[in-house]
Design a protein around this ligand. Sequence first.
Ligand code: HEC
Ligand code: HEC
Length: 168
Amino acid sequence: MLRSVAALSVGVLLFAASRMSAVCQETTPGPSAQPRQMHLRRTMPKPTNLQVLPKEIAVPDLLALMRSYTAALGVECEFCHAANPKTLKTNFASDANPDKAIARVMIAMTRDINAKYMSQIKDPDAKPADKTVTCGTCHRGNSMPKPYAQPRSNEHHHHDEDAGKKSD
Ligand code: HEC
Ligand code: HEC
């Protein structure tokens, strides 16, 4: 999963950084002369409400994971995280947004798919990334995975048969 994090667009990273500035404002009011990323790392509070992710996860790793979710689903942090209706600041520890609960099940499911099932696949051709299911494997940039649409005609099938006949 972290492998795909490296492939995230700069836009997503910049967006996430802008979102996190809300947290900085919440925890350390007042101006800061520090570069935003430094500021972010120093002021991001330790998570208090992790139920499926490892509680000891490092904050930068947690944020990288969160950015991978936004990219995989094509959403913003607030798709899963509730904002305070008065201040409009995001409360990341809050469970008020029902999509956060769905995401917890999805995280556990994805972990199980890899640990219990993909780990059994002995395919010498597959690189580790090939046999790792991520959020993006199903979601492909959509918050709701699109149903697979079968090709409407069986043109391809006929084409293959024709090709076979010609070469006979
Ligand atoms: C697809 C849903 C989803 C998206 C999008 C998402 N998150 Fe999360 N986030 C979660 C879930 C679920 C948890 C709780 C994980 C757990 O219980 O172990 C969480 C936890 C967190 C926490 C820890 C809060 C605490 O104190 O426990 C932070 C911080 C956080 N997310 C930041 C972000 C940021 C920043 C973004 C946008 C870049 C983001 N999240 C996008 C689902 C999401
Ligand atoms: C095996 C395929 C699969 C994987 C992997 C997967 N999802 Fe999903 N996800 C689905 C399906 C199917 C739905 C629709 C379920 C429903 O809404 O009833 C869904 C729905 C969701 C929703 C609710 C969307 C909405 O519009 O309400 C969230 C949030 C979500 N997934 C987050 C994640 C995250 C985060 C990951 C990775 C940790 C993940 N999913 C991995 C298949 C998957």
